[in-house]
Design a protein around this ligand. Sequence first.
Ligand SMILES: Nc1ncnc2c1ncn2[C@@H]1O[C@H](COP(=O)(O)OP(=O)(O)OP(=O)(O)O)[C@@H](O)[C@H]1O
Ligand SMILES: [Mg+2]
Length: 506
Amino acid sequence: MSKDVLLCMKQVEKSFSGVQVLKKVDFEIKQGEVHALMGENGAGKSTLIKILTGVYPKDGGTFFFNGQEVQINSRQDAKNLGIAVIYQELSLVPTLTVTQNILLGQEDVKAGILNKKSMREKVLALMECYGLSLDPDAVTETLSIAQRQMVEILKALTLDASLIIMDEPTASLSSKEAECLFEIIKTLKEKKVSILYISHRLEEIYRLSDRLTVLRDGENVAVLEKDQINPTEVIRLMIGKELIDDNSHGQMRPFQPEVVLKVENLCRKGAFSNVSFEVHKGEVLGIGGLVGSGRTEILRCIFGADRYDSGTILFNGMPLPSSVLKRIRAGFGLIPEDRRNQGFVPLLNINRNIAITNYDILSKGNMIVNKKDEMAMCRKAIAQLNVKPNNPEINVGNLSGGNQQKVVVGKWMMRNLKVLLIDEPTAGIDVGVKEEIYKLIEDLASKGVVIILVSSDLKELLRVSHRMIVLRHGRIVEELKEGVVFQEDVLKAASGILGGEAVNHE
Ligand SMILES: Nc1ncnc2c1ncn2[C@@H]1O[C@H](COP(=O)(O)OP(=O)(O)OP(=O)(O)O)[C@@H](O)[C@H]1O
Ligand SMILES: [Mg+2]
C-alpha cells in the first residue's frame, strides 16, 4: 500500500437475507483525491459506504486507515477516524433549527447550559468560509430539499473530517447550488481532504473525479485513472453494454387539436402568478426553469395537493374534480419530487406500496381485495420497471435509492391514467433505467395520456418533451413549440436572458 493511501478496504463482503450484495470488494482512496464510486441502481454503492461508516456490520473484510488496520463497528468509530458522510436519504431532525442540526452531538455546553450564541456564530462562520447562506435559526422542516442538503453538508464540514463521503449530493440541487458544492469540494481538496463521490450524473463525475471505481452486481469491476475516464467506457463498465447519449438538443413536435387540460390565470401567492397553458391529448409538456421557479407548486395544484388562490383549471372542458382522491379516480397521477416523504411508505413492502394507490381498482368497488390480484399487480409493476430485487415482500425502505423510485413510478403505471404529472422522475436513477422510464413516458403519450414533466435535467427535458414552457419567478417567460431546441435556449429563458437581452418580467 503506497503511503498516500488514506483508506483501503479489502475483500468486503455483505449479504442481506442470504443474498450477497457485496462480493469481496476492494476499494482504496488516496489523500486529497476525489474518488467516484459508480454503478447501476442496486450495485451496492450505498451498502459499501454504510459498512465503512458503521451503519451496517460487515460479513467479512479488513479496513486500513492511514496504513493501520482499524475496526469500524459503529458510527462513532467512523467519526473518530475523521470519516463524515452525507447520506442519500437525508438524516436531519425536521423540528430542529439549522444550527441545532449542524451541531447535533457537538453542542457547546458550559455548566449544563447551551451556549446558543457561540453555536450560532460557529455556524455563521462556517457558512461564510464556504460561501453558503442559510438562516441559522430556520426550522429545518421549512427548508427546501436543496437547503436541507446544504445543512447536511455543513454538518459534515464541522467534523474536521479527513474523508467526506457524498452519496448523490446533487440529486436535488439546482445547477447554481451544485456549482457551489463543486467549489466546496475544490476547497476541501486543497485542504487534503479526500472525497468519496457517488452520483448518477455522469457530467459531474467526469468533471470532478481523479479516479473512479466501478461496482457491478456487488463486485469491483474496474478502477480507472483520470485519463481513462470517458463516458462510453464508464457506461459500458457499469451496465455491460454501450448506450448512445446524445441529448444536447430536442425536437419539438406538433400537437393534436384536442385540449385535455386548460390552465388559465392560475395564481398561488408566493409561488406563481398568471400561469396559463394548454396541454393536448398525447402531449408531453415539459416545464423548464430553475429550482424555486414555481414548477413543483404548479404540479401540486393541478393534482390537488395544494390550493391555488385564483384562476381555473379545466379537464376536458369541465372544472376539475374537487379532491385529490376524486382526481386520482378521474385518471390523475403525481410522481413527486420528494419521494421519501411523499412517494412511498418505507416500512411497507413493495406489494403494499403498489396496492395502496390502487385499492379502488383492486377492490372493484366492493371493499374486498383479492390477495392474488394484489400480488399479480405488484409482479406486473416489478417486471415493467425492472425493480431489483424482484421480491414483492421486501420493504421499500430497504431498496436502493433508484429502485425506490422505480416503485413510485410503477404504482402509477398500473392505473388507467389520463393526466400524469411528473416531478424530477429520474433523480438517482442510473443511465440504463432512465432510458426505460423515457420509453414508458413515450408509450403513455402515444396512448393519449397527457403528461406534464418537470425536470432540472435539461437533457431529459429535451429528450422527452413535445413542447416546453419555461418558468421564471413563478411566471411563464417562454414557450418552445417548434423546431430544434438546445439546452442553451432553455437556460437563457430560465435565467432571464432571452436572445441576448435581459427580459423584465418582475
Ligand atoms: N437494509 C437492507 N435490507 C435488505 N436489502 C438491502 C438493504 N440495504 C440494501 N439492500 C439491498 O442491497 C443491494 C444494494 O443496494 P445499495 O443501496 O447498496 O445500491 P446502490 O448501488 O446504492 O444503488 P442506487 O444507485 O439505486 O442508490 C440492493 O439489492 C438492495 O435492495
Ligand atoms: Mg445508493
